[in-house]
Ligand binder design. Structure first.
Ligand code: COA
Length: 195
């Protein structure tokens, strides 16, 4: 499937492109951004190759296939959001997000993730939408709560992460999820009254 650009209230979401390498590098190089993502610390050339690879992914047709949308604010890519197929057979998709720290705390990640959530359920027909995150990543956990993804459990010591010196530690993985049934119930719930 080809994903057409999505216009949210403040952002344009469109497929990540090779021309986004410099903008993505601005946040991908930051230690605070990498803190809870199981990514290695990349130099510019490695990060560029990583963005180029993600920019070349456009279909959700096999297990582990993924799409990445750049989130543009006034012409600048401030973050990116992902949908990945966990299982074609059970129509389970995983959602993910990364944003530049200098735009955090203003609801942009929630706005972009909510658009991806709608794409997953209404556009693609997902049966389940999940997010996996390090339980210490409280900002991501709050984002899941805002989307209505429930904490379904924690896989203990699910990842082994090595630093540049080869020293590593085990990390837990919090599992958050929402079913298509939950989504329809949320859609049917009237929005809270705002005076
Ligand atoms: C995870 C991450 C995207 C969350 O960013 P964020 O800025 O907290 O999320 P949002 O942009 O949705 O902003 C929400 C915050 O802004 C506030 N806010 C302000 N205006 C808002 C608005 N118009 N709409 C919604 N929230 C708004 C919210 O109250 C919320 O604050 P709180 O979390 O203190 O309650 C960000 O921390 C990040 O990119 N981290 C590094 C990468 C990473 O860890 N990715 C996830 C791997 S699982």
């Amino acid at each position: 499937m080809a994903v057409a650009p999505i216009q949210t209230e403040r952002l344009t979401l469109r497929p990540l492109a090779e021309s986004d390498i410099d903008d993505v590098w601005q946040y991908q190089q930051l230690d605070e951004v990498l803190l809870y993502i199981p990514w290695p610390k990349r130099d510019f050339d490695e990060a560029a190759a990583h963005t180029r690879k993600r920019a070349g992914l456009h279909t959700l047709d096999t297990d582990n296939s993924a799409i990445f949308l750049a989130c543009e604010l006034d012409g600048r890519v401030i973050g990116d959001v992902m949908l990945r197929v966990s299982s074609v057979e059970t129509a389970e998709l995983e959602i993910g997000w990364v944003f530049h720290p200098d735009v955090q705390g203003r609801g942009y990640a929630t706005e972009a993730a909510a658009a991806m959530q709608r794409l997953a359920f209404d556009g693609i027909g997902a049966h389940r939408l999940i997010a996996q995150l390090d339980p210490r990543n409280t900002a991501s956990a709050r984002l899941c709560a805002r989307l209505g993804l429930a904490h379904e459990g924690t896989l203990r010591e699910a990842y082994y992460e090595k630093d540049a010196d080869g020293n590593g530690e085990w990390s837990d993985s919090g599992l958050y999820g929402m079913t298509a049934h939950d989504w329809r119930a949320l859609e049917d719930t009237p929005a809270p009254h705002t005076p």
